[in-house]
Design a protein around this ligand. Structure first.
Ligand SMILES: CC(C)(COP(=O)(O)OP(=O)(O)OC[C@H]1O[C@@H](n2cnc3c(N)ncnc32)[C@H](O)[C@@H]1OP(=O)(O)O)[C@@H](O)C(=O)NCCC(=O)NCCS
Length: 139
């Protein structure tokens, strides 16, 4: 299989949603909210994509300062291409774009918890999420 990897390639919301569906990550992403999907694509600043004969088959989409922290927002590989090293390659290329002190940080989907441990990530029990429905400072 001839897989091509691209950095910050143009991607339409439809291509992105289609890959989310083909990877199953659509279950945990707002695929019915076009504004949100467009914002995710427009405002992330590092995306690495994998292509097979012009078809998008994988993505690692991040928000980063390239120096200190890189927040990996989505990692997805289409079901029929999983477990062939594509996820690892997407993360390796992502990491190569970052400075020497820059860490990769993410919140794993339940089914991918073991994956990150396997490829070298360390579990951090001090990771916190503030849901948008919670407003700080209001009683
Ligand atoms: C998780 C995901 C991105 C991994 O990508 P991938 O291309 O299939 O993984 P790789 O081929 O790089 O796998 C590397 C190794 O991890 C293993 N692995 C893959 N998925 C795994 C999982 N879910 N749990 C544990 N190990 C896993 C592979 O078997 C491989 O092992 P090996 O080196 O001994 O052969 C992909 O399975 C996916 O898109 N899953 C659905 C969406 C999802 O959950 N994304 C994560 C959101 S946080």
């Amino acid at each position: 299989m001839n897989i091509e990897y691209k950095i910050n390639a143009d991607l339409s919301p439809e291509q992105f949603i289609d890959l989310l569906k083909r990877s199953t990550l659509s279950e945990r992403r707002p695929i019915d909210d076009k504004n949100c999907i467009e914002g995710m694509l427009k405002n992330s600043n590092l995306s690495v994509t994998a292509w097979n004969s012009g078809t998008l088959i994988g993505i690692a989409r991040s928000v980063t300062d390239f120096s200190y922290a890189c927040y990996l927002s989505d990692l997805a590989v289409s079901k029929c291409h999983q477990k062939k090293g594509i996820g690892k390659q997407l993360l390796s290329i992502t990491q190569k774009q970052l400075g020497p002190k820059c860490k990769l940080i993410l919140v794993a989907a339940p089914a991918a918890n073991a994956y990150y441990e396997k490829i070298g990530f360390q579990r951090n029990e001090r990771c916190w999420i503030l849901e948008r429905s919670h407003r700080i400072g209001q009683r």
